[in-house]
Design a protein around this ligand. Structure first.
Ligand code: ARG
Length: 461
């Protein structure tokens, strides 16, 4: 047991209590952030005249040594320490002697952990944005490729109207843009530095909190020391954004699974993203998409868990907040691995254009366009709807499509129909002429592609 606070205690902590209380087994992951925060802290202490420059230099050298040694594997994190903060401090004292005992001047583990966690979430959200950028670039590439790949659009999982694969993917592109924007918003709001808040009430040392904040690229210090140590809003916001992103990926996964099925065959997943069955030799299962859909639940669980943990905590720091870590680590790991794999999965899938087109041709996806033809010839829409409904019924009875119905049948129900009805309801007309903003027509889609191109360039810089 290596703990920082034995002084006022007369009994050793029970081992089970010690283990229950300890967080080193998981907060060791915060080592790089903890070292970064400590370096900024002692730099500020020296600048404020609280440490000498020589002391600062020695401490920083020791801190850098700890990180380097752990990273190359010559130093193992001592899991008998209570937490990562205790580990760093005790190792520092072992390395550089008594001067190491000055590291914690004007600081509490409460503001220290608040800082570490904030730095960690900030790093992870930036990393997630990079993965999202790769995902969006992949979607963008596929959209450009499939501007004229016709497929049925669905409502209620029933064929509705024809559109293009580019248009369908474009819906996920919009979701990804919102996901990216949400992360930008969170990063902006959370970018204030809690270090210097002390345990809860600041300190009497003349700390230069502005300097500490700028050394770690924060926009400035937090403005209430109690809030600083007890705020985990940014964790909640990050997990909420992660949950929304996973919800999008899960819906997309569901579609991939449907499209990849034998009944649809719209796409075929690459062998590298499929698995076999131990008993059924013919099987090629879309496990990665299923796992992404499945893992969405654990990210939602993390969000629910932190919300429940925080709801009853009085100000300021309470140990409940130690529970923020494992679930945040797990959820953010899950999102980044799901998004990385998902991107590779869609980049390598084969798109069966013929099959999609064939499916778009059946199922009366041009019925609305047939009704619109009548409207364009002066028939009120509600009457047109009824007329086409009756024609659809005729086609169903004869097992044919609207394109195959003879003109005489059309004319029998309404004299307005002429030969050009076939052109008006052809698949290419139905898709290519839908060019209002946001519609699947290639002219409209091209404008969206141009806007997306500019957007992707702007966020990549
Ligand atoms: N392991 C603790 C946490 O994660 C660090 C802060 C401990 N502070 C304290 N007063 N015991 O929250």
């Amino acid at each position: 047991m290596a703990q920082l606070w034995g002084g006022r205690f007369t009994k050793e902590t029970d081992q089970f209590v010690y283990d229950f209380n300890a967080s080193i087994s998981f907060d060791k992951r915060l080592l790089p952030q903890d070292i970064r925060g400590s370096i900024a802290h002692v730099t500020m202490l020296a600048s404020a005249g609280i440490l000498t420059d020589a002391e600062k230099d020695e401490i920083i050298k020791g801190l850098n040594g700890i990180l380097a040694d752990v990273q190359i594997g010559s130093l193992a994190i001592d899991e008998t320490c209570e937490d990562v903060h205790s580990f760093v401090e005790s190792n520092l004292i072992d390395r550089i002697g008594d001067v190491g005992k000055k590291l914690h001047t004007g600081r509490s583990r409460n503001d220290q952990v608040a800082l570490d966690m904030r730095l960690y979430v900030r790093d992870e959200l930036h990393r997630l944005q990079e993965i999202l950028l790769t995902y969006m670039k992949t979607l963008h590439g596929l959209m450009k490729e499939h501007l004229h790949t016709y497929m049925p659009g669905f409502t209620h999982l029933q064929k509705a109207q024809p559109l293009t694969f580019a248009h369908h993917l474009g819906a996920y592109m919009e979701m990804a843009k919102r996901d990216y924007g949400r992360l930008t918003d969170i990063l902006k709001r959370m970018n204030v530095c809690p270090l210097g808040a002390g345990a809860l009430a600041g300190t009497t040392y003349p700390l230069d909190r502005e300097l500490t904040a700028s050394l770690m690229e924060f926009d400035g210090p937090t403005l209430n020391s109690m809030d600083s140590v007890s705020d985990r809003d940014y964790v909640i916001e990050a997990l909420s954004a992660a949950s929304t992103l996973m919800m999008h990926l899960s819906r997309f996964s569901e579609e991939i699974i449907i499209w990849n099925s034998d009944e649809y065959k719209f796409i075929e997943l690459d062998d590298a993203f499929s698995t076999g069955s131990s008993i059924m030799p013919q099987k090629k299962n879309p496990d990665i998409a299923e796992l992404v859909r499945g893992k969405t639940g654990r990210v939602y669980a993390a969000l629910t868990s932190i919300l429940v943990t925080m709801k009853g905590i009085p100000l300021a720091y309470n140990k409940d907040m130690q529970e923020d870590k494992e679930l945040t680590f797990d959820a953010l790991d899950t999102v980044s691995s799901c998004l990385t794999l998902f991107t590779e999965m869609i980049a390598t899938m084969r798109v069966n254009k013929d099959r999609m087109k064939q499916s778009a041709t059946g199922g009366f996806t041009n019925a609305t366009d047939a009704a619109d033809y009548l409207v364009n010839h002066g028939v009120p829409f509600r009457d047109a709807h009824g007329i086409i409904g009756r024609l659809v019924l005729t086609c169903i009875e004869r097992g044919i499509s609207l394109d195959e119905l003879p003109l005489s049948d059309y004319k029998e129900i309404s004299p307005v129909f002429e030969e050009d009805i076939y052109e008006a309801i052809s698949l290419s007309t139905c898709v290519e002429k839908r060019n209002t903003i946001g519609a699947p027509g290639p002219a409209a889609m091209q404008k969206v592609l141009d806007a997306n191109e500019a957007y992707l360039t702007s966020i990549a810089n």
